[in-house]
Design a protein around this ligand. Sequence first.
Ligand code: SF4
Length: 366
Amino acid sequence: MKYLDEFSDPQLAGKLIEEIKAVTTRRWSIMEVCGGQTHSIIRHGIDQLLPDEIEMIHGPGCPVCVTPLEIIDKAMEIASRPGVIFCSFGDMLRVPGSDKDLFRVKSEGGDVRVVYSPLDALTIARDNPDRQVVFFGIGFETTAPANAMTVYQAKRLGVENFSLLVSHVLVPPAIAAIMESPTCRVQAFLAAGHVCSVMGTEEYPSLCEKYEIPIVVTGFEPLDILEGIRRTVLQLESGRHELENAYPRAVRAEGNAAARRMLTDVFEVTDRGWRGIGTIPDSGWQLSPGYRDYDAEHRFAVTGIHTAESAVCRSGEVLQGLIKPHECAAFGTLCTPRNPLGATMVSSEGACAAYYLYRRLEVSHA
Ligand code: SF4
């Protein structure tokens, strides 16, 4: 398949690995921000092919994983109400809340539906004017434009029985928060190519400058990731700290102007909680005043729900790169993809699930 097979060529991958080995002279810790990149690195064994000096740290870039428990509990509460049709992408249905997940709500009689686009939820709302239809709008800058477009359309069409339960998060403030952490070991970042295809790269040079870190915008196929790592190591070894775009087939400096206009109209920046990490200032979006009537949290009066994270799950440390998934005592024993304790085991983009699925089965019995 074009743009996939040609970016998985084993001979070219071998060449890039040799180039990385040739320029590496000391230990470096590089964080890939995106869960899709984590999945690709573990699935293809890229981290095992790199020189021992290079450690890949798996960052908080899986949207399912960083959605706070509190928002999951709010989703359960809304989805359980009579007269509500609760729509979501399928990967959110198994994410555990405090005492159940959306599958359980559905089995108990809640009208929970999997959709493939937020616009499908809007269609359901138009077809069911006597019901309240809610779409679970989570994720990074990648999923936000479609959600923004849907709310914009709902307002334009006068669909008043539609609302959005929104928990969008932003990558650049998360990079800043990771670098500000006293336990931070990260020396460089692979930035998420799809996020930059929407938002552009204008926010990153100031991060490179402030924290003296290389940031390389990187794609998702094996050759994309190896090229991102190669460029990152070259910068680290030569003492440079710049933004580079290693994914030019998808990313332009200015991003997608139409999507950015829609985002600016429908959303405004707000503080957001990140599961396992806590609140990061100005790290998310909420509906702007012109669209606040479509905010499900206010419509269903669930803003008062506050939830503490599980004491057993160490996903916060995983998401900050402080431990590897198999160093958690629950990994592979109490916590598996069939019975996940934390969000990083639920999603296939989560680091714990990626380690479990792709051979990292060393189970801690400590
Ligand atoms: S293995 Fe399970 S319990 Fe441990 S950090 Fe990962 S998701 Fe949490």
